[in-house]
Design a binder for this molecule. Structure first.
Ligand SMILES: *Cc1c(COP(=O)(O)O)cnc(C)c1O
Length: 279
């Protein structure tokens, strides 16, 4: 059984894979070393199931509340389809009080930028490992801010000491695995310049670590530039899923085939930031 939406996603996914392959080729890189990570925030579990049928096994979300509900829905829907594990990635701002929940569903967190969150995630992931809720440490990308505006998320890229300290804390945490750096180019910035700076910082941080560090970099609008500068994981929402059905800062409108329902966000969640910001 295929639906119209599934056909649409099949076409977009094929086009996106081709686009990524071309980007890799143009950069003289092997596309096999670059993960294509679909960002499914604001889209329903049905879309994730459709992508699963199309071969996707990893998905990214930006809010714990939305993600944890969707993870359960998808697990129920695909339970019988196979035993390859689904890997969910947290790419949005992480609040400390959500660490426990995130450690239950996330395979990786891309947006870790302070020591308190590291400690909270480590505690929660360690507990989840002890309880058998998770099989592996939580993979962590440390997020950097490329313009130094830390209010938008990320450690200032020019604060080498603080970056080293945070990376060392992640690396030393039993419940976590330090896997690389992540950044989002500042609004209006030249993507090549931004990603070149990120890559340079990755190369610097790499000198202190044995494991090969990756780069979570590139979205719908700038993945080619990210691939030119060493990205190992592009996080793509819009180019795959279509425009997010976000109508106002306080309300998420979920569009379903049969109805349009407006679901207010729980007040404990921060209002979604404008497009192009780090959520
Ligand atoms: C939403 C989001 C994306 C996807 O952005 P698109 O421009 O829709 O591809 C990537 N990374 C993060 C951190 C996001 O919040």
């Amino acid at each position: 059984m295929t639906t119209e939406r599934e056909d649409e996603l099949r076409g977009r996914l094929a086009a996106l894979r081709e686009r990524l392959a071309r980007a890799a080729e143009d950069a003289g890189r092997d596309v096999g070393e670059i993960e294509l990570l679909p960002v499914t925030k604001f889209f329903p579990a049905e879309d994730v199931v459709a992508l699963y049928r199309l071969g996707c096994r990893a998905f990214a979300e930006s809010r714990d509340q939305e993600a944890s509900a969707k993870v359960d829905q998808v697990a129920q829907a695909v339970g019988g389809l196979g035993d390859e594990p689904l890997r969910w990635h947290m790419v949005g701002r992480i609040q400390r009080n959500k660490a426990r929940s995130i450690a239950q569903w996330a395979y990786a967190a891309h947006s870790v930028d302070n020591a308190k969150v590291v400690a909270a995630l480590d505690r929660s992931a360690s507990a989840a490992l002890d309880e058998g809720v998770r099989a592996e440490p939580l993979r962590v990308f440390v997020q950097l801010s490329l313009d130094g505006d830390e209010s938008r998320g990320g450690v200032d890229v020019s604060a080498a000491d603080r970056i080293d300290e945070l990376c060392a804390a992640v690396d030393g945490a039993d419940g976590l695995a330090f896997v690389g750096l992540m950044a989002i180019p500042p609004l209006g910035a030249d993507a090549d310049e931004a990603f070149a700076r990120l890559q340079q910082e990755r190369d610097r941080v790499q000198r202190h670590h044995q494991q090969r560090l990756g780069l979570s970099a590139g979205m719908s609008g700038d993945l080619e530039a990210a691939v030119r500068h060493g990205s190992t994981c592009v996080r793509v929402g819009t180019a795959l899923m279509g425009s997010r059905p976000l109508t106002s800062p306080a309300v998420v409108t979920r569009v379903t085939p049969s109805s349009q329902t407006t679901v207010p966000l729980e007040s404990s969640e921060p209002a979604p930031p404008p497009e192009g910001s780090t959520q």
